[in-house]
Design a binder for this molecule. Structure first.
Ligand code: GLU
Length: 365
């Protein structure tokens, strides 16, 4: 099943160290994102790099300290340059980018939060690639999110994402400076693990975040069930690589993941479709750990397709909801049969279970 993924790319992943958009980097990132879209994933990109992209074109202020107005001017010039690079790269696939600029206020107040959420979901449904960034040109200290790691975490929460991928220079978390040959890399970190003692040294001179802001995003999202990956953008297909376990994966709390999936199942159930089971199957399902097997099925109500969410009933009561592995017409063929008997019915048996236990939801009485 496709996942809903927020990908955040750091400034140097799409712009060059001297400033300006790095077209080749943007193209390579877009190629990777499009390949994942084609596999059925939904992707929202949070892109840094506007300030750095505009930097070469804005007159430097005299003061040593680079003023806020200078940074805002850089962002104003850099953002359209960045967007035009994204759009050009997507055009080859006949796809569109969509610019979404936000400030902290847009997430604080509920109606605005819903607005951001609905806009992003509408864009996803339209097949666009939303490119989100802080609205740096108007973001003063009071209303700024500050860094795009936090912004990406907020976006991931807002759209109910399954995971957040933070792409940066370093390939995840190390126990010391990754340049140190003795540095130990952590491939997976459990949601209960405390990484407070790890000394953090990675922070490039461009962009606002660093490992500390990334770990803040991790601390925000893993307790609510999202997986967060921190991985390097220095790779031809950095997002696919991160999805396959590259970098460091911070595992979300599995109990919250289950809850999230369950609430989804409950909202998409097909009301008039059901499978009626016998007492044995009903008891096995209620006890938790069992899948729904063909042998326990007595009746099929309504017409449904493989992948639909339907109810499982015993004596008119809903015992469970679940994602079904067979079309209703095939459930009619397999019902009452032992798993071993299925081979004679199909050239290739689609599944030995009618609903897998991982896809079952037991409503509370
Ligand atoms: N919004 C900034 C930009 O686009 C980057 C913020 C960050 O580096 O986290 O340049």
């Amino acid at each position: 099943m496709g996942q809903r993924i927020v990908v955040k790319i750091g400034s140097l992943g799409v712009s060059s160290a001297q400033g300006g958009v790095d077209i080749a980097k943007v193209e390579s990132l877009v190629n990777d994102l499009v390949a994942l879209k084609q596999q059925g994933h939904e992707l929202v990109l949070v892109s840094s790099g506007a300030i750095n992209a505009g930097r070469p074109h804005v007159k430097k202020p005299d003061e040593k300290q680079l003023s806020l107005a200078w940074q805002q001017a850089c962002a104003a010039m850099g953002m359209p340059l960045l967007m035009s690079a994204y759009q050009k790269a997507l055009a080859g696939y006949k796809l569109y980018s969509a610019q979404v600029l936000v400030t902290h206020d847009d997430f604080k107040a509920r109606p605005r939060f819903l607005n951001v959420r609905n806009t992003l979901l509408t864009l996803l449904a339209s097949g666009a690639l939303p490119v989100v960034n802080e609205n740096d040109t108007v973001s003063t200290k009071e209303i700024t999110v500050g860094d795009n790691d936090q912004l990406a975490a907020m976006v991931a929460e807002a759209i109910g994402a399954d995971r957040l991928i933070l792409l940066t220079d370093a390939d995840g978390l190390y126990d010391r400076d990754p340049k140190d040959p003795d540095a130990k890399h952590f491939p997976i970190i459990d949601f209960r693990e405390d990484f407070a003692g790890i000394k953090l040294t990675t922070k490039t001179s461009v962009g606002r975040g660093g490992m500390a802001t990334k770990l803040q995003a991790v601390r925000r999202l893993t307790p609510v069930g999202l997986d967060v990956t921190i991985a390097t953008f220095n790779h031809a297909t950095p997002v696919s690589r991160a999805l396959m376990g590259g970098g460091t994966v911070f595992k979300g709390d599995p109990r919250e993941k289950v809850k999230k999936r369950m609430s989804w199942i409950a909202t998409v159930v097909r009301p008039s479709c059901a499978i009626v089971v016998d007492e044995g199957a009903s008891n096995a399902l209620k006890a938790g750990k069992a899948s729904l097997l063909p042998i326990g099925i007595k009746k099929v109500l309504g017409s449904f397709k493989r992948g639909d969410v339907i109810a499982v009933k015993y004596q008119q009561k809903t015992v469970a909801l679940g994602i079904v592995e067979y079309d209703s017409k095939d459930v009619l063929r397999v019902m009452g049969k032992k798993s071993a008997e299925l081979k004679v019915l199909f050239e290739v048996v689609p599944s030995h279970v009618v609903i897998h236990r991982d896809n079952l939801f037991l409503p509370k009485d």
